[in-house]
Ligand binder design. Structure first.
Ligand code: NAI
Length: 467
């Protein structure tokens, strides 16, 4: 046990400034110095492990300001929070969440805690954490958070296991890494779990595969399937924030560039329309004939990826699939090409093959790696192929996450109330909740809509009148 703590502490990025110790009196005694340093690290780890593992706790005030800034754009979640404070629907429930640690997630966490939940958080991607937010969650809001931007895979899974040590009754996932870890290495915790929530398309795909394979052992609400989630978050959120990330990391002009979008699903539609709006010539690639047709009729050129590879200036994958940009695509790319991914995992671009193709690699700007091929061509990979909008920018704007996280908050309440009637399957939120979130959002935006007249209601429920 102690060995584990020591090992973990040495691998842990905690805020201790180990170098500062060098300046102390033990300057010449490296053994004592290193012992002292390790004891200090262990003590730090033991105290921080109860409240989290963050990069630097002194970032907290900035994180708090940014969380409060996002809150202004999250009126639906605010309404839910006000009710949760009174009703305490999650009282006594231990929750473990594996989500992108952003200002919007912080507002969700604050809401769940206000509703009585005993909550711990970790990152759902090694590169999406906002370190100031993680620090603020720990020190300003008392929500243990295990997340450090740029953490390695070992730390990523150590953090997942740390939130599982919380022995949750309920899980929240973005990509299914928490639930899959539970079903592989932490099965002893499953009997205490009432149910879970899943945020994204890729997570839902993994969960459905678990359900089909008879592996899933508790019900999960697929938040992604709500209209007030994927129609807005995936489309407008990913659309805007992916373009934002490409521009922030490269400062290139999109106008006049050939911009290739792999996948014309909810995210792809958003990215394509935003790139088009900035003056880019958009090409879409698809494997689904209906979606390809939709892209054609939305005014884009559609062609096989391998053809687009030779003419594109900027490439982005949003498919939830593997090796969509493969070696054959990489080999054909023009000098100067930019490659990014906004799908959940970093395997949409075949990065190992890119590494093999290149004779030289260097980080030329933050979040931009320049790969030089043997013939001198250079291609640029953004954010190590991880979801670019959360790695090289701030992720979705708060206004859109307001609806996604309203689904999470109401979903957790719904799950608690209905878990007994549910099977170990993937469920969607009831349509009434989904519509209620849309209603609340419109209300917050000051937009009113019509209601059916009794005559129209009757008409829509009848078959008698025709031509
Ligand atoms: P979707 O299922 O609506 O769309 C994916 C599209 O990719 C489909 O139309 C599919 O036919 C197409 N596709 C699959 N394989 C392909 C291939 N080899 N070549 C070309 N097209 C291919 O999924 P959605 O909601 O658009 O999500 C896509 C990915 O983005 C998922 O991994 C999801 O988890 C992730 N996501 C990322 C977000 C972010 O913040 N970056 C936010 C929401 C979702």
């Amino acid at each position: 046990m102690l060995q584990d703590v020591i090992k973990a502490s040495l691998n842990t990025r905690i805020s201790i400034q180990a170098g500062a110790l060098d300046k102390l009196v033990w300057k010449n005694d490296t053994i004592v110095q290193s012992l002292f340093s390790n004891i200090e690290r262990i003590t730090q780890f033991m105290t921080t492990s109860t409240r989290g593992d963050v990069k630097d706790i002194s970032f907290a005030p900035r994180g708090k300001d940014r969380i409060e800034w996002a809150a202004k754009e999250m009126p639906v979640l605010r309404l839910i929070r006000e009710r949760f404070i009174k009703d305490q629907p999650l009282k006594g429930i231990r929750m473990s969440g594996c989500l992108h640690i952003t200002t919007e997630t912080a507002n969700l966490a604050i809401t769940l805690k206000a509703g009585g939940a005993d909550l711990m958080l970790c990152a759902s991607n090694p590169l999406s954490t906002q370190d100031d937010v993680a620090s603020a969650l720990v020190s300003e809001y008392g929500i243990p958070t295990f997340a450090i931007k740029g953490e390695d895979e070992q730390t990523y899974y150590r953090h997942i296991n740390a939130v599982l040590d919380h022995k949750p009754n309920m899980t929240m996932d973005d990509g299914c890494d928490l639930v899959s870890t539970l079903h592989t290495t932490r099965t002893e915790l499953i009997p205490a779990i009432i149910g879970g929530m899943e945020e994204t398309t890729t997570g839902v795909i993994r969960l459905r595969s678990m359900e089909t394979g008879g592996v899933l052992r508790f019900p999960v609400l697929a938040v992604n399937e709500s209209d007030t989630k994927h129609l807005f978050d995936n489309r407008y959120g990913t659309g805007q924030s992916s373009i934002d990330a490409i521009i922030r990391s490269t400062n290139i002009l999109l106008a006049g560039r050939t911009f290739v979008v792999f996948g014309y699903g909810w995210c792809g539609r958003g990215v394509a329309s935003r790139a088009h709006g900035m003056g880019a010539n958009v090409i879409v690639t698809e494997i689904d004939p209906t979606r390809a047709l939709e892209a054609v009729m939305d005014g884009y050129r559609v062609m096989p990826g391998i053809e687009a590879a030779a003419i594109g200036d900027i490439f982005i994958t949003v498919t939830g699939n593997v090796n969509v940009i493969d070696r054959t695509h990489l080999e054909r790319m023009k000098n100067g090409a930019l490659i990014a991914n906004s799908g959940h995992f970093n395997d949409e671009i075949n990065i190992p093959e890119l590494e093999k193709l290149a004779t030289k690699k260097r980080r030329i700007r933050d979040f931009v790696d320049e790969y030089t091929y043997a013939d001198g061509r250079q291609v640029h990979l953004l954010a190590e192929g991880r979801l670019v909008n959360l790695s090289a920018a701030e992720g979705h704007p708060a206004s859109v996450m307001d609806m996604s996280f309203a689904n999470q908050a109401l979903g957790s309440e719904y799950m608690l109330a209905h878990a007994k009637e549910m099977q170990p399957r993937v469920y969607t939120l009831p349509a009434e909740l989904d519509k209620e979130i849309a209603r609340l959002k419109l209300h917050a935006m000051g937009i009113r809509i019509d209601t059916l007249t009794p005559e129209q209601e009757k008409y829509l429920n009848s078959w008698e009148s025709g031509t």
